[in-house]
Design a protein around this ligand. Structure first.
Ligand code: KIV
Ligand code: NA
Length: 279
């Protein structure tokens, strides 16, 4: 498979072919996403919760993002990689954002960065893109701002907030973002925003009228213990947790019963050598 570039994404968009994106947080999760043919792999700061057990994404540090980005980059041969700018690494000034973006590219080895925010982030997006680093914008539900949004709530649900969403989308496009993530937005609003823009929209909880889709890998694989809350938009395409649990329990049982390791898992020694050793 040929490496996906900004041009590949452009051509998918022009052909109206949906762009596929998934998160990864380490070498194996990136490897499988790349092999499965994803167009884009995102090292999302959602890894704070799904891979590091943190309460929310605001806790994850730049150093931690860099470690995870590097691991993902090593496994991703074809998909276009995106690294999330963690909270606190880009809001202070466009220069701070550019410095952090350069770290994600140089040390994290990702090809582009993602940041949350619309109109207010436009100068920042243009600063980063003018330095030659592609920016994926993220508007609608922006989890890093959950405290000011009053939690994880659908955005653009009334006329005023749908207009705000559209204005944010125009602003990030104008600022040079190569695409924009729309999170938790009514499908008809996302579809109309997509129609009006000339850059791809990547939806998560935004219906199928977007130019592409993104999901958190752990969620869509079902790789979490039963009973965990899942947003409405997540479809569980697998039951990786169940399969892992089954395998590890079987391993435990076979060690306890002595069934594992069997002869075929054991290194042989010539009989005469062993009797010599035994004496
Ligand atoms: O952090 C993340 O995984 C994300 C995607 C859900 C878009 O930002
Ligand atoms: Na994120």
């Amino acid at each position: 498979r040929k490496p996906v570039t900004i041009n590949t994404l452009q051509s998918l968009y022009r052909k109206n072919e949906p762009i596929t994106m998934i998160t990864a947080h380490d070498f194996p999760s990136a490897h499988v996403a790349d092999q499965a043919g994803m167009d884009m792999v995102l090292v999302g700061d959602s890894l704070a919760m799904v891979a590091l057990g943190m309460e929310d994404t605001s806790e994850v540090l730049m150093e931690e993002m860099l470690l995870h980005c590097r691991s993902v980059a090593r496994a991703t041969k074809a998909a276009f990689t995106v690294g999330d700018l963690p909270m606190g690494s880009y809001e202070i000034s466009p220069s701070q954002a550019l410095e952090s973006s350069i770290r994600l590219v140089k040390e994290g080895r990702v090809k582009s960065v993602k940041l949350e925010g619309g109109i207010e982030m436009a100068p920042t997006i243009s600063k980063i893109t003018r330095a030659g680093i592609p920016v994926l914008a993220h508007i609608g539900l922006t989890p890093q701002r959950q405290n000011s949004l009053g939690g994880f709530r659908v955005q653009g649900k009334n006329t005023a907030s749908a207009i705000k969403l559209l204005n944010d989308a125009y602003a990030v496009q104008e600022a040079g973002a190569f695409a924009v993530v729309l999170e938790a937005v009514p499908a008809e609003v996302a579809a109309l925003v997509t129609k009006k823009l000339s850059i791809p929209t990547i939806g998560i909880g935004a219906g199928n009228g977007c130019s592409g889709q993104v999901l958190v890998q752990i969620d869509m694989l079902g790789n979490f213990p039963p009973g965990r809350f899942l947003p409405k938009f997540v479809k569980q395409f697998g039951n990786v947790w169940g399969e892992s649990l089954r395998a590890i329990q079987q391993y435990k049982d076979e060690v306890k019963s002595g069934a594992y390791p069997a002869a075929e898992h054991t290194y042989p020694m010539p009989k005469d050598e062993f009797s010599e050793f035994e004496r």
